[in-house]
Design a protein around this ligand. Sequence first.
Ligand code: GRF
Length: 203
Amino acid sequence: MIRVAVFASGTGSNYEAIMRYTAQLTVPDIEVGLVICDQPQAGVIAKAVRWQTPVFLVERRQFGSKKAYEQQILSRLQQERIGFVALAGYMRLIGPTLLSEYYGKIINLHPSLLPAFPGLDAVGQALEAGVKVTGVTVHFVDAGMDTGPVIAQQAVAIDDDDDHESLSQKIHALEHQLYPRIIHQCALGEIYLDQGKVCRLVR
Ligand code: GRF
């Protein structure tokens, strides 16, 4: 059994999609063992309580440095025997402390077709730019902001009458389908990083 931690700062709809996905696995070879959350008001906390996932609430401002903050997270991950990390709306860059232990074992989900529209409010950026297609990206995490080798992407058409809410809904629906499957494959090592390249096991 591979134990996965989900890092989230917000609503947690992707966390919940991951929980629904793992709950229906016929061979339960992954489980979400921990939610790491840095925001006491985040909606993900109540969702985690409902799904009975332990939550580690850890606020950056309680630590003198990013290193100390991440060391606290790292010891909890190790204590809980976490083998894989999925960022799902976690609004911080991952620093060297976590990367040195989990590089190749941390992935992120971003609501655009990277490298287009990295950073905050990718949905708003796409609408502002007037593009007709955007999408979602899953990628391995490196030290950059929404950089790192791309694992999977799916496109979403932007219709003339789309606004921020309708486009966000379309993107979320796609994320909820895509992300749990990719987490599963990466956690099992069926998709992995080799010298910075994304590789897939052929069965
Ligand atoms: C998602 O759109 C994801 O792409 C981005 O943050 C959002 C998180 O949504 N990184 P939720 O909290 O899972 O609902």
